[in-house]
Ligand binder design. Structure first.
Ligand SMILES: O=C(O)C(=O)C[C@H](O)[C@H](O)COP(=O)(O)O
Length: 207
């Protein structure tokens, strides 16, 4: 199954304490969300990925914030099943290809989209979505480039996600709102599960 078709929302998570990783992944699964993107923004990130890979095999484990070639290799070695980049460079794409993992490469302009299509990608991250034109951009690019589907991410909330998911070239959206910093810090996994469960309604009527 395509990464874009698993869940309406891919939770983008920032793990400060690797000890939170496994309960957090379980909380998402309990809420019906089967995919996670762990950002490489913290020192604990790779250990978090290793723990989720080892202990929560039911979740589809992605690693985001792949900014440099070495990030792709480290993420793959830690157990990532897919990679996400906020933008695209030739060296990062080369390193991603070496891992053999599926990837959602980031694009924010039509030229970037075209360059990625030339390289064979038809599923992209649109980042930063709200700042780069939001649903209007995606509607526009869907005219000349209808074969590309997107996971818009960046500034999307529970309130705005539905506008993106209603577009034919959007498979899912990404966002941090399922794992609020205060909920993770407090170990409030029930809240994370509730926020995850609420995303099921976002695709209501669209399937
Ligand atoms: O760290 C990364 O690699 C990123 O790709 C950026 C994140 O996807 C966005 O920052 C999502 O954050 P929100 O705007 O809070 O939903």
């Amino acid at each position: 199954m395509s990464l874009l078709d698993r869940d309406p929302v891919i939770p983008v998570v920032v793990v400060e304490d690797a000890g939170d990783a496994v309960p957090l992944a379980h909380a998402l699964l309990a809420g019906g969300v089967t995919t996670i993107e762990v950002t490489l923004r913290t020192d604990a990130a790779l250990e978090a990925v290793r723990r989720i890979a080892a202990e929560v095999p039911d979740i589809c484990l992605g690693v985001g914030t792949v900014l440099r070639p070495e990030h792709a290799k480290a993420a793959a070695e830690a157990g990532a099943q897919f990679l996400v980049t906020p933008g695209t460079t030739a060296s990062v794409l080369g390193a991603v290809a070496e891992t053999g993992l599926p990837c959602l490469p980031g694009a924010a302009t039509v030229s970037e989209v075209m360059a990625l299509v030339e390289q064979g990608f038809t599923e992209l991250k649109f980042f930063p979505a709200e700042a780069s034109g939001g649903p209007a951009f995606l509607h526009g690019v869907g005219g000349p480039v209808p074969e590309v589907r997107f996971c818009p991410t960046g500034g999307i909330t529970a309130a705005s996600a539905g506008k993106y998911l209603a577009l034919p070239n959007v498979g899912c959206v990404g966002g941090t709102w399922l794992t609020p910093k205060d909920a993770v810090a407090a170990g409030d996994w029930a809240r994370v599960s509730r926020l995850a469960a609420a995303t099921a309604e976002l695709r209501g009527g669209l399937d």
